[in-house]
Design a protein around this ligand. Structure first.
Ligand code: SF4
Length: 390
């Protein structure tokens, strides 16, 4: 993609001046003011399915993905990653959830590691989080990797969340704390992401972060933006506004798509950047939650059942009759982020291998087969509409 690190004249609108951040090296790519705005995507295939994963990496790379993320949860995933590395020259980043110790095993095969502060609490509860971060940083230093502190509204640091109910404050505090850990260790080759499924939150928190930490490169994302066309619209609401103010150094558009169409994440991301730099804006200034809001995860190798994308599409089709109702429905692919991300939805589904969990807010209503779940969801939506007089 064209280099957007310099000011670009966009006609009658003011020039876009990217923030003067420091440079973060991801292999031969620079993230930050001195580099182009890079585009990322993530494999949705099972990491251990080598043929499918290498095919997906090639597809994403062909369409211009600068960095490709893979989920790693086990030793077997690491073995698969070693094989994948032999078959691709793509810049790879791994997503570590609780398994922070895998950092050492994956390091020889990747250029970057992403960790989520909220997920470092679940395993080895007696080991302080700061010690776990120290371990990840020592690996990154040894292998000259970049890191991403990936704060996510759906899985906020539980210790911080107890002190402050406002997710924006909690997320900022968590980012600040982890920035402190990395800086104290003399490590600066990192970016920060602050993601939510609500584009208004993404807009606000990244604006605030950019002011607080002007030197730190930002990875932009609206999580679980869902299916097209709404997934692109939600993303544009946040990205257009931020990019136009020079905020955002690398980004990912997270869409629920079949594996064969995953490359659309890359094409849409590039189009959004190009549109902003050409002065073309397609979104409205604020995202108005006046009608139905469907949040669905983009899926990844952790997805518990391949039927997930199909289920998300069925939910979208079934819910058309509720289009005018102010309800938020979340559809999530697995147990890693499913339980947390559905808490704030009016009704949430998260997939297990042979059943789907149905929640109302944070309460589990029951577990249903993949065949039963859509009519069950419809019945619960009708009840809510009646209860709330929507
Ligand atoms: S909810 Fe699970 S399957 Fe969906 S993107 Fe997140 S980790 Fe992957």
């Amino acid at each position: 993609m064209s280099d957007t690190s310099s000011p670009v004249n966009i006609g009658s609108t003011p020039r876009i001046m990217r923030r003067p951040t420091r440079s973060v090296r991801v292999g031969d790519l620079v993230i930050g003011h001195a580099g182009p705005i890079s585009v990322q995507s993530m494999c949705a295939t099972k990491t251990q399915d080598l043929a499918a994963t290498t095919r997906q990496i090639a597809l994403l790379q062909e369409h211009g993905a600068d960095i490709i993320r893979i989920a790693i949860d086990s030793r077997r995933d690491v073995e698969a990653l070693a094989e994948i590395r032999k078959q691709t020259n793509a810049r790879l980043v791994v997503d570590l959830q609780e398994s922070y110790k895998l950092a050492k095993s994956v390091a020889p095969y990747v250029q970057k590691i992403r960790y989520n502060p909220g997920h470092l609490y679940h395993h080895e509860k007696d080991t302080p989080v700061q010690e776990k971060v120290k371990y990840i940083v020592s690996v990154a230093k040894e292998h000259e990797l970049a890191l991403r502190i990936g704060v996510n509204f759906g899985s906020l640091d539980p210790a911080q969340a107890e002190n402050d109910a406002d997710p924006i404050e909690v997320a900022l505090t968590s980012a600040r704390e982890h920035i402190g850990y990395l800086e104290d260790l003399g490590f600066t080759n990192y970016v920060v992401s602050l993601k939510s499924s609500d584009p208004n939150d993404v807009l606000e928190i990244n604006s605030r972060f950019a002011e607080l930490f002007p030197e730190i490169p930002i990875h932009l994302g609206v999580t679980e933006a869902g299916m097209l066309p709404m997934g692109e619209i939600k993303t544009r609401v946040a990205f257009e506004n931020l990019l136009a103010r020079g905020i955002g150094d690398t980004l990912r558009v997270s869409l629920t798509l079949p594996h064969s169409e995953k490359y659309q994440e890359v094409l849409i991301a590039k189009k959004i950047v190009q549109d902003v730099y050409a002065g073309r804006f397609r979104s409205v200034p604020r995202f108005d939650h006046s009608g139905l809001n469907i949040i669905s995860c983009p899926s990844c190798s952790r997805v518990e059942n391949e039927a997930f994308v199909d289920l998300a599409q069925k939910v979208k089709a079934m819910t058309q009759e509720f289009a005018e109702k102010k309800l938020t429905i979340a559809v999530m692919g697995c147990r890693v982020n499913g339980p947390g991300e559905t808490d704030d939805a009016d009704l949430g589904l998260w997939c297990a291998p042979s059943h789907v969990n149905l929640k109302k807010g944070s309460t589990l209503l029951g577990q249903f087969s993949y065949e039963e779940i859509v009519p069950k969801l419809r019945a619960e939506m009708s009840k809510l509409v009646e209860e709330r007089g929507l």
